[in-house]
Design a protein around this ligand. Structure first.
Ligand SMILES: Cc1ncc(C[n+]2csc(CCOP(=O)(O)OP(=O)(O)O)c2C)c(N)n1
Length: 182
């Protein structure tokens, strides 16, 4: 099965110039350790808020493509955001990295949403895709200019994430604001 860190790397290679908003915990740490860019906005503790923050970024910067990196636990925490995002239909890919656990906090069993792609479509997203391997992810070509969800089934890390984000929240905001305005 696709390793979650490999999946994060593959997403960053697929969308190399996008603005990123990542959920808290190991997913943010993995993004930071894979490729730290001013275009990345790391939600260090705000579980469930990556997608609504991504919507805000997309509305503020309509010329930019936005990638949201969510975990399955984070996704399940805030499904009410989905119809709100769909209502605006921004140029955004909402990635759900589904390793089946709350890995950042010790591997607890999360509340499961069995079919995030189906849920996104029911909420009004323009498109939804699933991938369970590097090959399947490579074949996904999301329509540009609209909102889609990309559900990636992947294996837990089985190891610690990389180092914690060392930027302060103030530094993160300042550099992201500059990068997003470019
Ligand atoms: C509101 C809230 N509840 C709990 C936490 C603690 N917490 C941080 S990361 C995390 C697990 C996230 O799980 P998931 O989104 O599935 O990602 P994974 O850790 O598996 O990569 C939890 C419970 C938090 N930061 N905020």
């Amino acid at each position: 099965m696709f390793g979650i860190q490999d999946a994060i790397r593959a997403v960053t290679e697929k969308f190399p110039t996008s603005l990123y908003v990542s959920t808290c915990g190991f997913i943010t740490r993995d993004l930071y350790n894979t490729v730290d860019r001013p275009e990345n906005f790391y939600l260090v503790g705000s579980m469930g808020m990556a997608a609504p923050v991504g919507l805000g970024v997309a509305l503020a910067r309509p010329g930019r493509h936005v990638v949201v990196l969510d975990g399955d636990g984070s996704f399940a925490m805030n499904p009410g955001a989905l119809p709100m995002i769909a209502e605006h239909n921004p140029d955004l890919v909402h990635v759900v990295l589904d390793n089946g656990v709350h890995e950042s906090t010790g591997g607890q069993r999360p509340v499961r949403i069995a079919d995030p792609a189906g849920m996104a479509l029911a909420a009004g997203y323009s498109a939804a895709y699933t991938a369970a391997s590097a090959e399947e992810l490579a074949a996904v070509d999301p329509e540009s200019g609209v909102t889609s969800l990309l559900h990636i089934t992947c294996a837990p890390r089985g190891a610690h994430a990389g180092k914690r984000v060392e930027w302060t929240p103030q530094q993160l905001v300042a550099r992201f604001r500059t990068a997003a305005a470019a």
